[in-house]
Design a binder for this molecule. Structure first.
Ligand SMILES: Nc1ncnc2c1ncn2[C@@H]1O[C@H](COP(=O)(O)OP(=O)(O)O)[C@@H](O)[C@H]1O
Ligand SMILES: [Mg+2]
Length: 389
């Protein structure tokens, strides 16, 4: 089966959403056999725009990859060949060097030289792409190029692409939900299409799908944080590892605790558990004495401490564990804690005991809230959310 990213790949310039100014500039450069360095976030249409433009201008794209560039004879044979063919075929060429930030320093020195030569005497338009054009190693290339930015698409632009795909696939959607999905992509159109495809096997897009996506993204970000904590070579890099996960530190502890044995063994494992228990000690101190400034120590032990406990960081990929009994237990406890807090809060208003509140009133409140009623009780937003869930 074709992926939708592939199926809905822009064929001509008309199929590309947004980027009007950048595309006009690019077209001008290609028509005048210039050199351009196109940059922007991944999945915003850089590569497909270049192919679409080439098609519109009836040019053949010759894509050179990093290993071609590293290899002097290979580049000469490819470009040389193209020159040779000029007389046979009337079609002009465009040379594409995609994702040149993949070319890395030392081992590509030869490549850089060959590339510089190619750029100084170009017979064809040469278009390069990069995610980060300000990388120091690209400085010599930058000097010879027109730098064209592909701005990060707005969520409306992403939405417009998704709408086309939905139409093509006969997917039933609510506009607000599809907009939310577009917003979540952060400008990465490829990512947005992939999300859409993975969520809509039943030809429908609704609120539950979005929640599923959120859960998945949250899990992804937890796994990335774990990977960083367990594998980063530079301990100071991991201090902020948990910041982006949206996890509360208790839950983060459980994830780390649960997955430690998959990454660590022997002495390292013992030491890492030692660090975790120190984090726990600080948790107790913070709670007993309200010393919030101790929080930084707790986080330190959980992240940098655990990281430093391991002598040799392995590169291999480890499938981290999702849930387990203890995680579920903790989540259930959180749920019960919330229910208890609501019951205690409302017991007075309802003039019943907390216990009766839990057993007899809350189940009805839940049903009412789930049916969209808001009783305007004296509750925090997340408590209302709990009743609705
Ligand atoms: N501006 C856009 N308009 C329409 N489709 C797009 C756009 N940007 C990305 N896409 C979709 O995402 C896919 C990946 O785009 P691509 O050109 O490979 O992005 P990049 O090279 O910037 O990473 C395309 O095949 C297309 O389906
Ligand atoms: Mg690309």
């Amino acid at each position: 089966m074709k992926t939708w990213v592939d199926k809905y790949k822009p064929e001509t310039l008309k199929d590309i959403e947004g980027h009007n100014l950048s595309l006009a500039k690019l077209k001008e450069i290609i028509s005048t056999k210039g050199i351009a360095l196109v940059h922007g976030l991944t999945g915003t249409g850089k590569t497909s725009s270049i192919y679409a433009l080439a098609k519109d201008l009836n040019l053949e794209v010759m894509e050179l990859n990093a290993s071609d560039i590293r290899n002097k004879s290979s580049i000469e044979s490819i470009v040389g060949n193209a020159l040779g063919q000029m007389s046979l075929f009337s079609r002009g060429k465009l040379i594409l060097l995609d994702e040149i930030d993949g070319l890395s320093g030392q081992q590509d020195r030869g490549g850089a030289t060959t590339l510089a030569k190619l750029l100084s005497d170009n017979q064809f338009p040469i278009i390069m792409t990069a995610n980060d054009p300000w990388d120091a190693k690209l400085a010599p290339i930058r000097k010879k190029s027109e730098v064209i930015e592909f701005k990060t698409p707005s969520h409306i632009t992403v939405f417009n692409v998704l709408k086309k795909v939905c139409k093509g696939e006969g997917i039933i959607f609510e506009e607000t939900i599809l907009k939310d999905l577009a917003r979540r992509a952060g400008g990465d159109i490829r990512g947005a299409i992939n999300d859409l495809q993975s969520l809509t096997s039943n030809k429908e897009l609704n609120k539950e799908h979005l929640e599923k996506l959120d859960d998945r993204k949250k899990e992804e970000s937890i796994f990335n944080a774990l990977r960083l904590i367990f594998k980063a070579n530079n301990t100071s890099d991991v201090l902020g590892a948990l910041d982006t996960t949206g996890l509360d530190f208790d839950e983060a502890m459980l994830w780390i605790d649960e997955n430690l044995p998959l990454e660590y063994s022997g002495e390292d494992l013992a030491e890492a558990y030692d660090k975790l228990s120190l984090a726990d000690v600080y948790k107790g101190r913070i709670r007993r004495r309200m010393y919030w400034r101790l929080l930084v120590y707790r986080i330190n032990f959980m992240t940098a401490g655990v990281n430093a406990a391991k002598e040799v960081k392995e590169k291999g990929f480890v499938n981290y564990k999702r849930t387990s009994r203890i995680l579920k237990l903790w989540q259930a406890n959180m749920k019960y804690a919330k229910r208890k807090a609501i019951a205690q809060k409302l017991a007075k208003d309802f003039n019943v005991s907390t216990k009766r509140m839990v057993k007899e009133v809350i189940p009805y409140l839940k049903i009412m809230y789930q049916n969209g009623q808001d009783l305007e009780l004296n509750l925090e937003p997340e408590e209302v959310e709990w009743l609705r869930a």
